[in-house]
Design a protein around this ligand. Sequence first.
Ligand SMILES: *Cc1c(COP(=O)(O)O)cnc(C)c1O
Length: 443
Amino acid sequence: MADARRAIPSIEALLASPALEPLLRRESRSRVVALLRAIQADVRAGKADHGEAESYAVELEQRLREADRPSLHEVINATGVVLHTNLGRAPLSAAALRAIDEVARGFSNLEYDVEAGARGSRYVHCETLLTKLTGAEAALVVNNNAAALILALNTIAMSRPVIISRGELVEIGDSFRIAEIAERSGVALREVGATNRTHLRDYEQALNGAAAILKVHPSNFKATGFVAEAAATELAKLARGADIPLVHDLGSGLIESLEDLGLTGELTARQALAAGADLVTMSGDKLLGGPQAGIILGRSKWIAAMKRNPLCRALRVDKLTLAALEATLLSYARGRARSEIPVLRMLALHRSELRERATRFAERIGGRVIDGESAVGGGAFPEAGLPTSLVVIDAPAAILEAKLRAGTPPVIARIANERVLLDLRTVLPEQEAVLARLIANAV
Ligand SMILES: *Cc1c(COP(=O)(O)O)cnc(C)c1O
């Protein structure tokens, strides 16, 4: 250790050495000096060992690469979970990316009415498409579905009770609890029924003085066995009779039914509105396949009141989101959603196609193929398993999985029975070659 300390070259000597010359042509001197000091400190502390200037140069390059790498970056999703909240939910369509590029590159008519030559509203941009696609009277887009719920509850029921079934007081993802969201929205929840069973009469008995009825999609949670819930149509009738609105948080939110893919049991936004909900809220980046957004659909009267609520400004959506959402909605309006929106394309991938891709890929990397299931994710269709083909790599799983995660880009895979499994359903076709190279490096 004493020898190593003595051998530490001075900053001046390092800066003057030919080994650092190319680096100094590229990077600012102050940046290089700061990094050299950090490396020297590690050497003194015995955490690193560098003797010659060449060794410092290699370490410098490494540290510069790390420092220049964005914290938020691409990963390859080989988990087969299509809507993975930790992995950024829905990948965007090519049209959505083009729309973002156009609007972000320069100026836009975000809040400018070009025809009138006067100030406009950002809220007009997706409203017509949303009402056409869902049959809603009016629509409003905010930051996300949590924001949609906060805005709706705060606007409708500030300081007043909102009726909710105890079976729907769920926690969704990390730290999103319906009860806490309601509390922060300034409304008092009036809980009715039991965890497993809530009947229409439970709501009926709680109507006195209530400002709204809230129905919440239980997301990833499914109660089975001795269970009962009031149907949306019944709740709507009850709410109408009491002259209060029914708010239905659909969660994932479907624009078009996915029944032909075997995905049943979720209402589309149109169906939820037709069942009598006065307001429907849903996410933009779950099954809809667009950017993070909260979509509120329903009665003009309530949408207008929400736009006037000062909270609307705090929860408002930005222009990049609006651009991407509008392009995504246009794919639906043109009847091209299944072919253009990545989430729907992945969900619709046929078994035989997945097997073919997996077989080809397994040959390429020296793996084998087994049958398995992909998941929808995002709280939608929690019990649906989509038949898929998995590529199994016969190598020690924990080590391989860690190596794959350390790649550029990182590969996020599944582990089962001590083996790494890859589900190509969620791997974009253009990522396959990179994935094969990353696996070859890791094995
Ligand atoms: C996902 C989800 C939310 C939260 O939506 P975000 O867009 O993530 O804010 C709320 N309610 C339900 C039922 C959900 O599934």
